[in-house]
Structure formats: C-alpha cells, structure tokens
Design a protein around this ligand. Sequence first.
Ligand SMILES: NC(=O)C1=CN([C@@H]2O[C@H](COP(=O)(O)OP(=O)(O)OC[C@H]3O[C@@H](n4cnc5c(N)ncnc54)[C@H](OP(=O)(O)O)[C@@H]3O)[C@@H](O)[C@H]2O)C=CC1
Ligand SMILES: O=C(O)C1=N[C@H](C(=O)O)C[C@H](O)C1
Length: 250
Amino acid sequence: MSKLRVAVLGAKGRIGSEAVRAVEAAEDMELVAALGRGDELETLAVTGAQVVVELTTPDSVMGNLEYCLEHGIHAVVGTTGWTEERLTQLKDWLAASPETGVLIAPNFSIGAVLTMKFAQLAAPWFESVEVIELHHPKKVDAPSGTATRTAQLIAEARRQADSPPAPDATATALDGARGATVDGVPVHSVRLRGLLAHQEVLLGGEGETLTIRHDSLHHSSFMPGILLGARRVVTTPGLTFGLEHFLGMS
Ligand SMILES: NC(=O)C1=CN([C@@H]2O[C@H](COP(=O)(O)OP(=O)(O)OC[C@H]3O[C@@H](n4cnc5c(N)ncnc54)[C@H](OP(=O)(O)O)[C@@H]3O)[C@@H](O)[C@H]2O)C=CC1
Ligand SMILES: O=C(O)C1=N[C@H](C(=O)O)C[C@H](O)C1
C-alpha cells in the first residue's frame, strides 16, 4: 500500500518539530516536506503532498490554507486564532474545492478532548462555571484555543438547558480581575515558566464543586491526534471542527 504523503508547516516550532518526528516514525506515512517561515509553499505541490499538518501562527495560517485549498491539499490544523470571519473565509475556499478536507482541532490530545466533553456534560448541572487555562510563557496567544472552544461548548450546553446566567455580583477594582468573557463564561489565562499546556474547568453548585483538570506534560500528547487527523481527513471532505468527530465522540 502506498504511504500517505504528509508535509508539516511550522516544522521548526515547538509542536511542529515534534510532528515532523511523529510523521517520520509513522509506518504508513512519508514526510515529503518540512517547511518553516519563508520557505516556498510551491514545495507542497512539487512534492505531491496529500496532507498538510499546519502548526504555524495565527498570522500565517490563512495564507497557508488558501494555498492548500487552491491545490486540493487536505489539511490538519492545530494553529489557533479561529474567528467566525476566518471560518467563513475557509468555508468559501472549501466550497471551491469540495473534495478537499480540513480538520481544525483546538486540541489534539485525547485528555483535552475529553475535558471539553465532560465540561459540556456537567455545565447545565451547576450554577457557576469558569475556565482557567495555564501555559508556557512563549505561547503566542491568550486565551488558548482550547479554552475558547471549551467556553463556547459550555455556553451552548447551558443555552440548550435553559440554564440561568452564573451568579456574579461584579464590582471589580482592577480591570481583568474577573478574566475575559467568552460567550458569557469567564476564562482566566496563566503564563508560567515550567508549564506546558493545562486547563481546569471549575463548576460550583450548592455545597459542592467539581474540578475537571487536564495536563499536557509533553508535546508527544498531541501526536496520536495529529496522525489520526491526517489519516482521516483525506476521506472527509469539507470542514471538520474538533478532533472528537474523528474519535466517534460527536
Ligand atoms: N491544537 C493543538 O493541540 C495544539 C496547537 N498548538 C498551536 O500551534 C501553534 C504553534 O505553536 P508552537 O509550536 O508552540 O509555536 P512556535 O512559535 O514554537 O512555532 C510556530 C512555528 O511556525 C513557524 N511559522 C510561522 N509562519 C510560518 C509560515 N508561514 N510557514 C511555515 N512556518 C511558519 C514559526 O517560525 P518563526 O519562529 O520564524 O516565526 C515557528 O517556527 C500555536 O497556534 C499553538 O497554539 C500548539 C500545541 C498543540
Ligand atoms: O500553544 C500551545 O502550547 C497550545 N495551544 C493550543 C491552544 O491554544 O489551545 C493547544 C494546547 O493548549 C497547547
């Protein structure tokens, strides 16, 4: 059987360099390109890449995906910064390339995907819910893509259950003391030397609290999800948002 021809964009970055090693080690894949900033995207077409693993930065991802979709190259995207406007643009490009698949995964680790699922399940059952994400200090953005997605899923679950807004007699002496609000859910971002990628969802009700915590201790935690994404995206045209859809959890 022929091997899946995979290219990594952002190949010198923290997660990109780990992805290069993971693709090289996968028996059913061939790493055909490993590109960094400034490298020619034409290499993707020349090497016949079937799937691009996009792990760059929010300022680069759209240009890279435009190229991929113009050339019918499937994409597995871990890069953050997804707004409604960006998703609309991506869907327009996909409409012009209907056989091509794009997976955007806010988080590739199984524990983080489960954290989001558990948070969705628990959210309507508690009066209060807040998200704390904790990352290494070189992280390019705040809040994290995972925390943003988690808050959106929590908000959607609470809307569907007709949950009232969480109680909060806000009187802040300092801007930011209550974090940022994503879809009505407070999200707090910690940047701390020594950390990698961590998240807590705090839920509170009468006389009890529930904490759902996930820790990515090494970039290897993201690799099984990236490889699964690359294998599945080639037979899944259109946009898939969230790895849970490839894990049978949607
Ligand atoms: N979904 C998930 O599970 C995960 C997602 N991420 C996300 O992945 C992204 C990258 O994170 P991280 O590896 O820590 O960041 P890094 O800054 O370590 O890596 C990004 C790399 O991409 C390079 N780059 C920038 N623009 C381009 C381009 N146009 N073409 C090719 N390479 C480019 C950068 O080069 P230069 O340094 O020269 O700018 C850098 O080497 C972030 O958005 C992060 O949030 C991270 C971990 C897990
Ligand atoms: O930048 C990171 O490191 C990570 N980024 C993703 C995010 O923003 O959610 C995934 C994970 O948290 C690691």
